[in-house]
Design a protein around this ligand. Structure first.
Ligand code: KG4
Ligand code: ZN
Length: 345
């Protein structure tokens, strides 16, 4: 009988994971608990760009067309065959129902056909687990700021499998606000990376957008106000016949959201007495957010972990890491595993 810790260190334990919660079809192979051997991501961004956002029906269809090829490529790149694989992990929520269903169905089919245990993974746990792949000594507990297209959360990661949400957005997710502001500025989809890039040429103090702090002491967020603020500003300038300096607007918007997010996150780090902060999710790839966080964390002696950009946006590598820890803790799931679109952290 092996103990949980011994199994966790078993370098020969191979996990294959699948991620299809939104518009990336991804499969990865993980050795042990943290060594990512391959992480194949087939992005549909070029297809959805024409519509200005992800079209759920189109996403599902492309997942269905791509999933087997992506899994085969991940296995080839890692140099493993089905006999080597000990566990199949799959994102079962949160995300787009029709997109999740494709990944879950594929994972179940492989599990049955190849006789390999199956486990469902919470996509948000995956985002937080991404940092383990990049920081070999990182151990819970820590605070994680999870910032993506669908979520904005400050989470206390108590153990590899226990999470407490300290704060959440009450309206738009931060990535959603980035995407909507980008649309107002005519920058195209996905807007986050475009605003990030354009803001580098702008002045973050040019326009004073109102910061939404909510009640004193809360770790919750609200981003709908600033989104409307940007829209109103652009409309007013246009109506007055003044040319809008898009770089200044992008930089000023970014400065406002980064200030709120970084301030609340550091309050949580201090209050919870944590010495480590992990950034997670697509918006963790934002250069201004990481710059501001680095400065504050250095000053306050907090260890800051930011996974490489490819592990911040949706990918199956992060799902594989979370799948491994989850399986060591509670064992696998049955074939009744189902997609749960609105799954909580
Ligand atoms: O985690 P993710 O890939 O998908 C979700 O689970 O939502 O996050 C996607 C979000 C999008 O809103 C995208 O605009 C944003 O992350 N994003 C960024 C950057 N890169 C991606 N936002 C700001 N700056 C970036 N560099
Ligand atoms: Zn995500």
């Amino acid at each position: 009988m092996t103990t949980k810790t011994e199994r966790k260190r078993d370098k020969n334990f191979i996990t294959m994971a699948i991620e299809t919660s939104c518009d990336e079809t991804s499969a990865a192979i993980l050795r042990g608990d943290r060594e990512i051997m391959s992480n194949v991501i087939s992005s549909q961004i070029d297809i959805h760009r024409a519509y200005g956002g992800v079209v759920p029906e189109i996403a599902s269809r492309h997942h269905l067309e791509n999933i087997n090829g992506v899994v085969e490529t991940a296995m080839e790149e890692a140099g493993v065959s089905w006999e080597d694989i000990n566990l199949i992990g799959v994102t079962y929520g949160p995300g787009l129902s029709g997109a999740l269903v494709i990944g879950v169905a594929a994972a179940k089919a492989y599990s049955v056909a190849k006789g390999i245990p199956l486990i469902g993974v919470n996509h948000m746990h995956g985002h937080m687990a991404a940092a383990y792949g990049a920081y070999s000594n990182l151990e819970p507990p820590f605070i994680s700021l999870v910032v993506s297209g669908g979520h904005t959360n400050i989470v206390k990661v108590k153990s590899y499998t226990e999470f407490e949400v300290l704060g959440a957005t009450r309206d738009d997710a931060i990535g959603e606000a980035y995407d909507k502001v980008a649309r107002v500025l005519g920058l195209g989809y996905p807007g986050g990376p475009k605003i990030d890039k354009l803001a580098k040429e702008g002045d973050g103090t040019a326009v004073e957008f109102k910061r939404t702090w909510l009640e004193k002491g809360t770790y919750d967020f609200s981003f709908s106000g600033i989104k409307t603020g940007v829209l109103n500003y652009v409309n007013t300038e246009n109506q007055a016949g003044r040319e809008v300096n898009k770089a200044d607007v992008a930089a000023s918007f970014q400065e406002a959201v980064v200030e709120v997010v970084s301030t609340k996150t550091m309050e949580a780090v201090r209050k919870e007495g944590m010495d480590t902060l992990v950034l997670a999710g697509g918006v963790a790839a934002n250069s201004r957010l990481s710059q501001v966080m680095k400065t504050i964390c250095e000053r306050e002696n907090v260890k800051l972990c930011i996974p490489p950009a490819i592990m911040c946006t949706d990918n199956a590598g992060m799902v594989a890491i979370a799948a491994h820890y989850e399986f060591m803790e509670r064992g696998g799931d049955g074939l009744d595993l189902d997609a749960v679109s609105g799954l909580d952290i």
